[in-house]
Design a protein around this ligand. Structure first.
Ligand code: CA
Length: 226
């Protein structure tokens, strides 16, 4: 299934993880320290990383930052610390999921499959066109009627996410989870604010929408003007 890099200093847990993942058709490589983990990541390019937070040489959060500087590989944080705030901070720092020890091997396997599915669907494809809007994820450019749009990174991500689903109503919670990587985020105004900025850059208003349509109480959709 997947090549899994396990960064874990506890030999007993490491062995148990290798055994459990091997039994589920994954191949594994292990690193007992953060620096060896980083080296293994660069050399072997695994499909997914299991990252223990308590490592002898470096905190897992620091290692996560170093991983994100060089790779988009899905990272599942494996933590003994059941601390909500810390987990949220790690998810915001680029972790894809987390598990609190102890956990069942089947649960780990399910999480690995889920992050791999997400990574696959996020694989960059060709430009997406919705009416006069063309979004090119590879070049990170967006055009409206041939004119480049000056978008912030999040506005771009938001537009791209909606453009990939033309005519589909997307909920705010989904946007928060997929665009902001905050699956556990509260009901803040982040999405609304970015939607209104994006709307302005598309040259339209809430009263006279062309592309960006609000569906009250449900979410928002991007659709070509009639
Ligand atoms: Ca540890």
């Amino acid at each position: 299934m997947a090549d899994v890099l396990i960064v874990e200093d506890d030999a007993t847990i490491r062995t148990a993880l290798v055994r459990a993942l091997t039994a589920r058709q994954h191949s594994t490589m292990t690193a007992p320290t953060a620096m060896e983990g980083l080296q293994s990541l660069v050399e072997h390019r695994p499909d997914v990383v299991l990252l223990d937070l308590g490592l002898p040489d470096l905190d897992g959060a620091s290692l996560l930052a170093m991983i994100r500087a060089v790779s988009d590989v899905p990272v599942i944080v494996v933590s003994a610390r059941d601390e909500g705030a810390e987990i949220v901070a790690l998810l915001n720092a680029g972790a894809d999921d987390y598990l609190v020890k102890p956990f069942a091997a089947d649960q780990l396997d399910a999480r690995i499959r889920a992050v791999l599915r997400r990574a696959e669907s996020a694989e960059v494809s060709g430009p997406v066109t919705v009416g006069g809007i063309v979004v090119d994820a590879r070049a990170r450019t967006a055009l409206l009627d041939g004119v480049p749009l000056d978008l912030s990174p999040k506005e771009f991500d938001l537009l791209y996410y909606l453009a990939e689903r033309p005519g589909e109503v997307v909920g705010k919670r989904e946007l928060l989870a997929k665009v902001w990587n905050q699956p556990y985020g509260g009901a803040d105004k982040t999405v609304d604010v970015h939607l209104s900025w994006l709307r302005r850059k598309l040259g339209e208003s809430a009263d006279a929408p062309r592309y960006l349509h609000r569906v009250r109480g449900v979410g928002v959709k991007l659709a070509p003007p009639p």
